[in-house]
Ligand binder design. Structure first.
Ligand code: PLP
Length: 398
């Protein structure tokens, strides 16, 4: 879609990557279930294979289809990137992006609050001769500078952090890393491009990774990932994706694109309901703290206000340290509307216990109370509050 004035994010969410002229006039692209693409002759075959980074001409299903291209183009516009590589899962986006950069002998910096499977992958890189050092997610600017060694190749961050929600100073970190020749990758799953654009913060990260499984798809019916790249990082990352055999399924790409079209109003509702419930929860007996960057008392609030335009529907509830595991289990088992399950970003509310201390630097979470992660969906706020009240009662009486 072409337009003279810069389009607002709401309009981009609805139209980015859409080209009805390319798809017989219909608003949505078809689901291309494809492996083989046929050429008219050898000249066309040779031309299509001349540049494997080029998109558009069909080569073979793994290299991309029009359904995938529509999803990738949409996400590229939304993040303000150059091009996007869709992957079969969010974790595949993360591992592919990291593998695109690292070589034996490299040192990488990874924030201590990353998604646990990301941490496990980084730990496994030791077998390939890559050393991972976890840094305090609250460290910034000069503190990051001091951690950079001559062999530091990459800094990987997630803000806010998984389960503990620390907000990082992405502009300061990217400025330092750019000046020192260290590449940066940010996991933007929580905020989505609707609320944060790390490619445009400070010197800008080199790539944004997404678990599109969460808010982007939004209905708990697909596993999908994406890497949004700059002009510089795209050849490196697309090359790695090709070597690793990365691609996404046709139905998942379609569902990801369809989810993007309603992301604006869905996120607005998630934000409103979650903030409401977070405020109420913070005032309840037995709750030690609520980890939600949009709450003014949250340690990350100032950075969040500066760098984000909204908050997603996912936050943490730290209970009083006096509660034992059986009491927390009684609480979790007392929920009737909140489902007990992994993931987030779908229409239904979820809770899951979290144990940050299991995958953190010593000392960064010790001594704190049991933690529950809450995803707020679209049920009635009154019903959700009542469900939480009942669960907290079970916590106290267990
Ligand atoms: C869920 C999640 C992932 C992994 O995504 P999958 O699509 O489940 O592979 C990565 N990062 C974050 C922050 C997540 O929440």
């Amino acid at each position: 879609m072409t337009h003279e004035a810069p389009l607002s994010p709401e309009t981009q969410l609805v139209h980015a990557g859409s080209d009805p002229g390319r798809q017989g006039g219909y608003v949505n692209p078809p689901v291309h279930r494809a492996s083989t693409a046929l050429y008219r002759d050898t000249a066309e075959m040779d031309a299509s294979q001349a540049d494997p980074l080029k998109r558009g001409t069909p080569v073979y299903g793994r290299f991309g289809t029009p359904t995938g291209r529509a999803f990738e183009e949409a996400l590229t516009v939304l993040e303000g990137g150059h091009a996007t590589v869709a992957t079969c899962s969010g974790l595949a986006a993360i591992t592919t992006a990291i593998l695109a950069y690292v070589r034996a002998g490299d040192h990488i910096l990874v924030s201590d609050s990353v998604y646990l499977p990301t941490r496990k992958f980084c730990d496994s890189l030791a077998a390939l001769g890559v050393e991972t050092e976890y840094y305090d997610p609250c460290a910034t600017g000069a503190a990051i500078d001091a951690l950079i060694r001559p062999r530091t190749r990459l800094l990987y961050l997630e803000s806010p952090g998984s389960t503990t929600f620390e907000v990082q100073d992405i502009p300061a970190i990217t400025e330092v890393c750019r000046a020192r020749g260290v590449a940066t990758i940010a996991d933007n799953t929580w905020a989505t491009p609707a609320f944060c654009r790390p490619l445009e913060l400070g010197a800008g990260v080199d790539a944004v990774v997404h678990s599109a499984t969460k808010y982007l798809t939004g209905h708990a019916d697909s596993i999908l990932g994406a890497i949004v790249c700059t002009q510089e990082s795209y050849p490196l990352i697309r090359g790695a994706a090709i070597r690793l055999g990365q691609c996404a399924g046709a139905d998942d790409l379609y569902l990801g694109l369809r989810g993007l079209r309603t992301l604006g109003p869905r996120l607005a509702r998630h934000q409103e309901q979650a903030l409401d419930l977070a405020r109420w929860t913070a005032a309840q007996d037995g709750v030690a703290s609520v980890l939600h960057p949009a709450l003014p008392e949250d340690p990350g609030h100032t950075l969040w206000r500066r760098d984000f335009t909204g908050a997603a529907g996912l936050f943490g509830v730290e209970l009083d340290p006096r509660f034992t595991k059986p009491a927390v289990e009684a609480m979790l088992n007392a929920f009737r509307i909140f489902g007990l399950g992994h993931s987030y970003g779908g229409y239904e509310s979820l809770v899951v216990p979290a144990d940050p201390a299991a995958g953190r630097l010593p000392g960064t979470w010790s001594g704190r109370g049991p933690l529950i992660r809450v995803h707020v969906g679209f049920e009635s706020p009154a019903d959700l509050r009542e469900d939480l009240r009942t669960a907290l009662k079970a916590l106290h009486t267990a």
